[in-house]
Design a protein around this ligand. Structure first.
Ligand code: NDP
Ligand SMILES: O=CC(=O)O
Length: 325
């Protein structure tokens, strides 16, 4: 009999068949307690779990005593209680690299659309307001040769630096936990502390994971240190930013505009003040959302789960140390 796994995300047929060649697959809509209760026996016997955007925590793991590997269709893994997985020797696989370039494209789109007010003026054209040659009230600000501060110089930060520096002649400042010599060699990027980055950047781009250290890393104090002409971009995770403080900074004109792909609560509530601000471009967490990249992520997650359950964790594993225990 094939080992049993649980799938909590729809997959293209060919990827589903790839899984079914190895496992008995049970598909569920989510990992909520009522779903787990409804499929209690399958959860109790599953050795693998694949999906995205659902909490995988101690309460769930208690219902899955045979679980050996989890595979998320994402690079971020803040939905997972990694300590609880480690304590139970359960592998966590994720999908770095396959989405890097696409997410960097999205961040660049946010930079361009906020600076040049693309969404706002396009809406004005659609509303029939373009009745004569436009004046300064429709103008934006330049992107090329402005200073870009990147907070989080990992895979996506590097791909953003490449676009900005090589494509737009933009000087790069960056902050991370440690300097990245490659960014300095390839893009003349300058490592600086967060305060210096905030004070000197025309664009401040966050591409950080959500961790205990990064939660609300950006709040009132950080926005106050930015230039009043600065544009703030967040494409990492919503809770890295105190959203209420961001709203106040935008309303008070402490910063010029914001481009946001992620929010403290997703989907963004329809009554969020962010949606009333013309200088905010709000996207529905589309960083990696192209047909090609979402397929490649799903394929990577499928292969990751197959590999992990065969004990192969040369790449894409968050906690390979559990195999050595
Ligand atoms: N909007 C979207 O759709 C998407 C969002 N994401 C988000 O982007 C994040 C980054 O992805 P990726 O670039 O692949 O990840 P990486 O792990 O390659 O990069 C993370 C970067 O964040 C830095 N970092 C982590 N903690 C801190 C901290 N406390 N202070 C300063 N810097 C810190 C790391 O520093 P160091 O280099 O020093 O270790 C590293 O440079 C993901 O975790 C995910 O949350 C990812 C994909 C799509
Ligand atoms: O937010 C998306 C991810 O892959 O992480």
């Amino acid at each position: 009999m094939k080992p049993s796994i649980i799938l909590y995300k729809a997959l293209p047929d060919d990827l589903l068949h790839r899984l079914e060649a190895h496992f008995t697959v049970t598909q569920v809509p989510n990992l909520r307690p009522e779903t787990v209760q409804q499929h209690a026996e399958v959860f109790a016997n599953a050795v693998g779990l694949l999906g995205s955007s659902e909490a995988v925590n101690e309460a769930l793991l208690e219902k899955m005593p045979k679980l050996r590997a989890t595979s998320t269709v994402s690079v971020g893994y803040d939905n997972f209680d990694v300590d609880a997985l480690n304590a139970r020797n359960i592998l966590l696989m994720h999908t770095p690299t396959v989405l890097t370039e696409t997410v960097a494209d999205t961040v660049m789109a946010l930079v361009l659309s906020t600076a040049r007010r693309v969404v706002e003026v396009a809406d004005r054209v659609k509303a029939g307001e373009w009745k004569k040659s436009i004046g300064p009230d429709w103008f934006g600000t330049d992107v090329h040769h402005k200073t870009l501060g990147i907070v989080g110089m990992g895979r996506i930060g590097m791909a953003l630096a490449q676009r900005a520096h090589c494509g737009f002649g933009i000087p790069i400042l960056y902050n991370a936990r440690r300097p990245h010599p490659q960014a300095e060699e390839r893009f003349s990027a300058r490592y600086c502390d967060l305060d210096t980055l905030l004070q000197e950047s025309d664009f401040v781009c966050l591409i950080l994971p959500l961790t205990d250290e990064t939660h609300h890393l950006f709040g009132k104090e950080q926005f106050a240190k930015m230039k009043s002409s600065a544009i703030f971009i967040n494409a990492g995770r919503g809770p890295v930013v105190d959203e209420q403080a961001l709203i106040v900074a935008l309303q008070a004109g402490e910063i010029h505009a914001a481009g946001l792909d992620v929010f403290e609560q997703e989907p963004l509530p329809v009554d969020s003040p962010l949606l009333t601000l013309p200088n905010v471009v709000a996207l529905p967490h589309i960083g990696s959302a192209t047909h090609e990249t979402r397929f490649n992520m799903a394929a990577c997650a499928v292969d990751n789960l197959i590999d992990a359950l065969q004990g192969k964790v040369e790449k894409n594993c968050v906690n390979p140390q559990v195999l050595r225990k």
